[in-house]
Design a protein around this ligand. Structure first.
Ligand SMILES: *Cc1c(COP(=O)(O)O)cnc(C)c1O
Length: 400
């Protein structure tokens, strides 16, 4: 399978190259040229699989330059009992109507573990597959969860170093401690003055600084990313939507073929975009509910068709969602509007701080997505209500 840039189709690479590179050459994001599909028979087969088996199956549909055996052996280690002693994912019932896909059973309790436990193994293989002799330096911008999960996934991986940038005042105390005390001889963390968007823009700037990259090259180093702009991070996230649906069938919550709505707390649009891909592949998902906090740029976008990042930034109690530039939205625009329109929208976003999608793109968005947001007060109230129903839905509360 070939990967192309969301901003133009000239560059075509295999998965290993896309994972090694992170961003496409023209600043766009890599997308598979076509999406594989899953029949109900395929889904029924997944119902009988372990998580590592399901992950290897789904990943092998996208990473066609990796063998199934390579992927299975990597997934067995990544999602095995060392990192996930209670199993990789669990479906819990909040009530009759609402089920929760628990993605926090990994080593750092962040759902990011689901991708970041496997991604270093995919990158390691990508270096071999592309005959890469240089060392990879992973740059990560984080508002908390990604940093710790990436450090934990990449620590002591040969041939790879990792440096994490986080906003000095934007991450929780636990996360700061998790990052500052990370073990491993190839890891480094750096606090920056500013918010997550500043960290992310800074990292993007380093990536596109060709003079700097040339200097690194002379030293035998190249840059790569572990943010969800990297396809190697996104692909593993598709798996748990497929697997989660099958778990619901197995539990008897639904019958095969019944449609479910999926509600995803959203920041950089990676997680919900993975759900959209699962839907496009054939998982019976009806509505994708994009849940934001008071940084509700996506809520406004989905209701009006205008994306406007020029607004006040609100630091909240859910900092992983405190994002005004949702990078992976570009992938959705690419699927709905094509590469030329996407390149134009991104140019406008960069130059004016906003863009408005065409009527036809807006209609396509409405067909699949609905955006809502939750105030700080409502977030707390909901966590409290769920707790009263017997469900603890914010692990960080254990530490407060
Ligand atoms: C990363 C993260 C998000 C946002 O996910 P995206 O894929 O960036 O949309 C939301 N909640 C938590 C707890 C996270 O760690």
């Amino acid at each position: 399978m070939n990967y192309v840039s969301t901003r133009g189709k000239n560059e075509k690479v295999f998965a290993a190259q896309a994972i090694k590179q992170g961003l496409a050459g023209n600043g766009g994001l890599f997308m598979p040229e076509e999406l594989p599909s899953l029949s109900f028979d395929d889904l029924s087969a997944v119902c009988g699989m372990s998580y590592p088996e399901a992950a290897a199956k789904i990943l092998s549909m996208f990473l066609t330059d990796y063998t199934y055996d390579e992927l299975l052996s990597d997934c067995e280690i990544a999602y095995g009992s060392a990192g996930f002693p209670d199993g990789a994912v669990n479906v819990a019932a909040l009530d009759e109507r609402i089920k929760i896909l628990e993605l926090w059973h990994g080593p750092t309790c962040a759902f990011k573990d689901m991708a970041l436990q496997i991604m270093p193994r995919l990158l390691s293989r990508a270096l071999t597959k592309t005959d890469e002799k240089r060392e990879a330096l992973i740059l990560v911008a984080t508002s908390g969860d990604t940093g710790k999960a990436a450090l934990e996934g990449y620590k002591n991986v040969p041939g790879i170093k990792i440096e994490v940038f986080y906003p000095e005042t934007g991450v929780s105390k636990i996360q700061k401690k998790q990052m500052a005390t990370q073990d491993g001889d190839n890891v480094r963390v750096c606090a920056i003055k500013g918010n997550f968007d500043d960290a992310q823009s800074g990292v993007k700037k380093i990536f596109s600084d060709s003079e700097f990259c040339e200097k690194l090259n002379e030293k035998g180093v190249f840059l790569s990313s572990a943010n969800s702009i990297n396809w190697g991070r996104l692909a593993p996230q598709i798996v748990y939507y497929v697997y989660g649906y099958c778990q619901m069938v197995k539990r008897g919550d639904i019958h095969m073929g019944d449609k479910i709505d999926v509600c995803v707390p959203t920041g950089n649009f990676g997680n919900i975009f993975a759900a959209f891909i699962a839907k496009k592949m054939g998982v019976p998902i009806d509505r994708l509910i994009c849940a934001s906090n008071s940084n509700n740029v996506l809520t406004d976008f989905l209701s009006t068709g205008t994306y406007n990042r020029l607004r006040e930034f609100h630091p909240t109690i859910s900092p992983s969602m405190d994002i005004l530039i949702s990078s992976n939205l570009e992938r959705l625009l690419y699927l709905m509007a094509g590469c030329e329109a996407t390149a134009e929208y991104m140019r406008e976003l960069n130059e004016k701080g906003s863009y408005t999608v065409s009527e036809s793109v807006k209609e396509k968005l409405d067909e699949h997505f609905k955006g809502y947001f939750c105030s700080e007060e409502n977030t707390k109230k909901t966590i409290k209500e769920a707790f009263a129903q017997g469900y603890l839905c914010d692990l960080s509360l254990i530490h407060i």
